[in-house]
Write a protein of this length. Structure first.
Length: 160
């Protein structure tokens, strides 16, 4: 029987960002701000009668925002997890959580609109949503448990 020994090494987060104070982190946060500002414009276009050509770019943009946000949050969280005694990592994580909560509250309108949409237009839009269909279906399962926008925003802030 061959036994191999495993030597534990510190994980590297370089695939996400070099460090918490790298220019790439600040660029990602700036990019997120711009993406959210651009996404907020879509609030006016959300309507039950909107077509596929309008709906799909909105959910793709929402996906891009969430993908980048989770990348930044994942980095901050993993950096803190690597050393929970590191006050710099804790402060960075708190900053990221606060920033992302603010951005999440600005995009909250989309999920609230989707959950509040009547079944017929929702089914029509899900039929053309391709890979997003499951996500859209699952989001609607929380329809009965969704509060108003101001209440949902307060919950998000309190969660931080």
């Amino acid at each position: 029987m061959i036994t191999e020994t495993f030597s534990q090494t510190r994980w590297s987060l370089a695939d996400l960002f070099d460090s918490h104070d790298s220019p790439e982190v600040e660029a990602a946060l700036k990019n997120l701000e711009e993406m959210v500002a651009d996404f907020e414009v879509s609030r006016e276009r959300l309507a039950p009668e909107m077509g596929e050509e309008e709906f799909l770019p909105v959910i793709k943009r929402y996906e891009e925002i969430n993908e980048l946000a989770y990348r930044v949050y994942g980095f901050a969280n993993l950096q803190f997890t690597a050393n929970t005694q590191d006050q710099v990592a804790l402060a960075f994580l708190a900053r990221i959580e606060q920033t992302l909560t603010e951005l999440q509250n600005r995009t909250l309108f989309f999920s609230l609109w989707w959950k509040g949409l009547d079944d017929e237009p929702a089914q029509r839009l899900m039929a053309v949503s391709g890979d997003y269909r499951y996500w859209l279906e699952e989001m609607r399962h929380f329809k009965d448990y969704t509060l108003t926008e101001p209440e949902e925003k307060i919950i998000n802030i309190k969660d931080v």
